[in-house]
Write a protein of this length. Structure first.
Length: 461
């Protein structure tokens, strides 16, 4: 059953969370660590912290214990509430809140070396904080009449950002639970949401659910995708309540995009290109139809350009600046004055339309989740029967890309898969493992990851 988070009730809980944080001795700029499933309490604690200048560090609750411990040590929080943010709401005391968040949550994003990077914005000046909130609310048109459907876990930056700003605008947030096409379709039909954020995988599954009654593949938690919460048959999705559906997180195949545009109310399907670090473009339905395959134009107050390598750089306003937590060298590499890059390659047409020519070679996007091969390879290489490994993403109708691995060594694939399950979160686990005699390399010895799918015969038929 979906939970409904109402702005007024959440504001009360936010004040309780703020009071509990103050009683625990937290002050502006301190970090609060939380790694919990999506819930009204998580939203209240995140907003209660932000509206007093405390920065929540939001982690995936499915992280293996060792990985979570490493991130917790790096974040150096003043308080860690783990999977139980509701403990901060138990008291009756309430504290005053700022009108808007005084910063952004800190999320960890993977790095090319396999070591995650914390994206830190600190505590903002009041004018900058107001500008940050206003930009998001005005761009997506949130208002008190909105009912925002959450389809992605709230430990990801974009789903959390959309839910938070819906509540700040006075609207409601709907939490139907872990994504399941039947559950989501039922929530859409009965609760009549007006907005949602999603990744292409969600759209593919919901359209498949609405178009046929057969099996559509496993859900993210391994259940059959065609059964509802009570095992009922699939049915059509009634999209008519939406005035804004926004997707991002991975490239959306053109046939899927056209099907979504046809299924939803006119003018409701929008897209953006961004990252945990920064937001770059927005793409209206008309812009996409005029330039199919593009990711739109620069968001208001931003400018996009490319360098001599074809790498995209974006000029952002003052309130959108960030640094990588305790990684000054990585921060310096990401910035040139007010221009920032996350390393993606692309083009900017004369009219400002932005095209992505491909993510960085080392990045796999599976179901909207960034997976860096170096991180997965480090786990596989630690197995005593693996000499070396290489990880790559291959096209997948369900997930956009799926993670596959080739390895040199005597490890049994099933045993190596079990090894990976114990040490990697679900999105990072290779969906198939292929023993090989040697890995394809360049003349200088670098592994040719992009040649792996063909070498392994994964692009045939």
């Amino acid at each position: 059953m979906s939970e409904v988070v109402r702005a007024a009730e959440s504001a009360r809980d936010q004040r309780r969370a703020a009071a509990a944080l103050r009683a625990a001795g937290l002050r502006p700029g301190d970090r609060l660590l939380v790694s919990a499933a999506s819930s009204p309490a998580l939203l209240a604690v995140v907003l209660g912290a932000l509206r007093t200048g405390v920065v929540p560090v939001v982690l995936d609750p499915a992280l293996p214990a060792a990985e979570r411990a490493a991130l917790a040590e790096d974040a150096d929080p003043a308080l860690d509430v783990g999977a139980d943010p509701a403990r901060l709401l138990a008291g009756s005391a309430q504290a005053e809140l700022a009108d808007v968040p005084l910063g952004r949550p800190m999320h960890y994003t993977s790095g090319t070396t396999g070591r995650r990077k914390g994206v830190w914005s600190g505590v903002l000046a009041e004018d900058d904080a107001r500008a940050l909130a206003a930009e998001e609310i005005e761009l997506w048109g949130f208002d008190p009449g909105d009912r925002h459907l959450v389809l992605s876990p709230l430990h990801h930056s974009a789903p959390l950002r959309f839910a938070v700003h819906t509540l700040l605008a006075g609207g409601e947030v709907l939490l139907p639970g872990p994504f399941d096409a039947a559950r989501a379709a039922a929530a859409i039909g009965t609760l009549r949401p007006t907005t949602t954020f999603c990744v292409p995988t969600h759209l593919q599954r919901l359209l498949a659910y609405g178009g046929r009654s057969g099996h559509e593949g496993p859900t993210e938690d391994g259940r059959s995708g065609h059964e509802g919460p009570s095992g009922g048959p699939s049915g059509r999705v009634d999209w008519s309540s939406f005035h804004r559906l926004v997707h991002a997180g991975a490239p959306c195949p053109e046939p899927l995009k056209r099907a979504v545009l046809a299924a939803l109310p006119e003018g409701s399907v929008w897209e953006f290109y961004g990252s945990t670090e920064a937001q770059f473009t927005v793409c209206s339905p008309d812009d996409w139809r005029a330039h199919p395959g593009s990711v739109g134009r620069a968001r208001p107050g931003r400018r996009l350009e490319t360098d001599e390598r074809g790498q995209l750089w974006c000029a952002v306003p003052r309130w959108a600046r960030f640094e990588y937590w305790r990684a000054p060298e990585k921060t310096r590499a990401a910035w040139r004055g007010d221009l920032v890059t996350v390393g993606d390659l692309g083009r900017v047409d004369a009219d400002g339309t932005v095209w992505l020519d491909g993510r960085r070679e080392d990045l796999v996007i599976s179901g909207g989740v960034n997976v860096y091969p170096a991180e997965v390879e480090a786990v596989l290489d630690a197995h005593p029967a693996v000499v070396e490994s290489a990880v790559v993403g291959v096209p997948d109708e369900q997930w956009g890309q799926r993670v596959v691995a080739a390895y040199v060594g005597d490890a049994d694939p099933a045993e190596l898969a079990a090894w990976a399950r114990e040490r990697l979160s679900p999105a990072k686990r290779p969906k198939s493992l292929h023993p090989v005699g040697e890995l394809p390399r360049t003349s200088t010895g670098k592994v040719r990851r992009l040649d792996l799918p063909e070498t392994l015969g994964l692009l045939r038929g």
